[in-house]
Design a protein around this ligand. Structure first.
Ligand code: AMP
Ligand code: MN
Ligand code: MN
Length: 328
């Protein structure tokens, strides 16, 4: 095994974990495979060390993570009293406190540890290990487990693999370095099943998803002389197809894959006039900046936010800021 970034100081966190009586690991709202994979990998590692660990999130885990070991041990919704009794909370992959979806009072009197790779992270924790060089929070957990000197078990390896695979858009981003591939080699040797991951994540879509995709592609339009592409799914289309937001995961990739497009925008109506906005940019178009301007966050080339109003109003709001990042 090899450490991805040897200059990260994990010791203060290791000292806290040594003293911790019970640890609550928490993922961000509307969880993706990076936050869930990080949560599970850390859970397995800390369990191996004999720690008392619980996992609880506001929202249910996405369907694509269902093959990962212990995913059904994650509770969600109202905080159970047993979880609330934790003295240490570890947040993984959440750029701000609001992304945890908990009342701030919940964290009072607890040590809150923030492990994340978003450049926009607000450092809301008692302790913040934030490093945007990492391609996924799962890769941070890979380094942490080595510092904790726990063996990488097959369950942790599979969870980290899912995190890294999805957060790098299947190893297609510029932050996929040779060291990332060396880590992946380790994960496979430790028992991560690449085929199982591919099948569960990319080849297990409901047939109805493609009904929804037809509607989404119907909405496709190109703007800014070919430099922007737009997709949207209204709420009634989810109702019509009996699907939910997670079933349109990946739709933005169609918008991004068009030749000459520098910024892709996918908006989906989560609730009446409540739109989840997904943004993807090709270098140097910094959609992270755009998302932050609109009250959200994310990375330079993959970011998001929530906007309110009609479909048209939301698109206009985005268009107002677009010139700032659409440099000639
Ligand atoms: P998505 O388009 O949902 O795949 O999200 C892309 C990136 O943007 C992820 O790194 C998210 O963490 C981030 N992101 C999405 N929505 C929000 C939001 N409302 N607030 C902050 N960050 C977000
Ligand atoms: Mn995430
Ligand atoms: Mn991530």
């Amino acid at each position: 095994m090899s450490i991805l970034y040897a200059d990260v100081d994990w010791q203060p966190l290791i000292d806290v974990l040594d003293q911790a009586k019970q640890i609550h690991i928490i993922a961000h709202v509307c969880p993706d495979a990076d936050t869930i994979g990080s949560q599970l990998a850390l859970y397995h590692g800390l369990k191996c060390m004999g720690k008392k660990v619980l996992m609880h999130n506001r929202d249910t885990s996405p369907y694509l993570c269902r093959y990962l070991a212990a995913v059904n041990d994650i509770t969600y919704g109202e905080i159970p009293a047993i979880v609330a009794a934790s003295d240490v909370v570890i947040a993984v992959d959440a750029g701000s406190l609001s992304r945890l979806g908990m009342e701030t009072a919940y964290f009072e009197g607890k040590t809150l540890i923030n492990i994340d790779h978003h450049a926009s992270n607000t450092c809301y924790g008692t302790m913040n290990i934030v490093d945007a060089r990492y391609c996924a929070t799962g890769a941070m957990i890979y380094d942490l487990l080595q510092h904790l000197k726990v063996d990488l078990c097959a369950a942790s390896a599979a969870a980290i693999y899912a995190a890294v695979l999805t957060d790098t858009a299947s190893f297609r981003l510029a932050n996929v370095t040779a060291s990332v591939h060396r880590m992946v080699a380790d994960l496979i040797e430790a028992g991560a099943d690449v085929q199982k991951a591919a099948q569960s994540i990319y080849q297990s879509h409901k047939a109805a998803r493609f009904e929804l995709l037809k509607y989404a592609l119907d909405s496709l339009h190109i703007g800014d002389h070919g430099r922007t592409s737009w997709l949207s799914v209204r709420r009634d289309l989810y109702q019509k197809t009996g699907l939910s937001g997670e079933d349109s995961e990946g739709f933005i990739d169609y918008a991004r894959s068009i030749e000459g497009v520098d910024v892709a925008v996918f908006i989906r109506e989560e609730d009446e006039q409540v739109w989840k906005v997904s943004l993807r940019g090709k270098p140097p178009c910094n959609v992270g900046y755009l998302a932050e301007k609109l009250g959200g966050g994310g990375h330079q080339y993959a970011a998001g936010c929530t906007l309110y109003g009609t479909e048209h109003a939301v698109q206009e709001e985005i268009k107002r800021i677009l010139p700032d990042i659409l440099t000639p």
